[in-house]
Design a protein. Structure first.
Length: 202
């Protein structure tokens, strides 16, 4: 069952790269007392993830954090070493915290797992974004398979602004147009389709 707005995140262990090797990150401790944006991608170095998803958050990280967000997390099922290499390749710097869910502990317990078995891709994270306040999900946007419509940085920035009743900031993207006007306040949630999509894009 997919996690819902208002639910607490499960307590699992994720990993991040450090100079001394992968470091365990306890989700209960990590999210406690803070507002965190989490966006997940099916895989590091894959086309949409590298061309649009991660770069969008890198470009808009300052604007998102200026609206009261303490940290922005990129989550994927790749190991911590790959996540670190991807961050360097995309010049993420300190703007984005790269967390590995290599055991699929987070996405399986939140119902946000994407099963691409039979395509040489196995099980991994679905593409989604969520805003978490003190460990509780306040906004959730889950993409349909192959889509990139509701979990991008620009939409997340719009949701953060709606929550704060602030004016819409200048967006660093050519993806948006009138998309923010179509985003419902406090929640943009598209349930994951269970059917196969033969033109699935990562």
């Amino acid at each position: 069952m997919t996690i819902e707005v208002g639910s607490k995140l499960p307590e699992v262990t994720l990993f991040r790269a450090t100079a001394d090797g992968p470091e365990a990150v306890n989700t209960k401790e990590f999210f406690a007392g803070r507002k965190v944006v989490v966006f997940a991608v099916p895989g590091a170095f894959t086309p949409t993830c590298s061309a649009k998803h991660l770069p969008g958050f890198v470009a808009n990280a300052e604007a998102i954090k200026a609206k009261g967000v303490d940290e922005i997390v990129c989550l994927a099922s790749n190991d911590a070493f790959v996540m670190n290499a991807w961050a360097k390749a995309e010049n993420a710097g300190d703007n984005i915290t790269m967390l590995s869910d290599g055991d699929l502990a987070f996405v399986s317990k939140t119902g946000l797992e994407l099963d691409l078995t039979g395509r040489g891709l196995g099980k991994r994270a679905n593409r989604f974004a969520m805003i978490v306040d003190d460990g509780k999900v306040t906004d959730l946007a889950v993409e349909e398979p192959g889509a990139f419509d509701v979990s991008n940085a620009e939409t997340v920035l719009g949701l953060v602004c709606l929550a704060m009743k602030c004016t819409t900031p200048s967006l660093k993207s050519d993806l948006i147009g009138d998309q923010l006007m179509k985003t419902p306040p406090r929640l943009s949630y598209s349930r994951m389709s269970r059917s196969r999509n033969n033109s699935l894009k990562l």
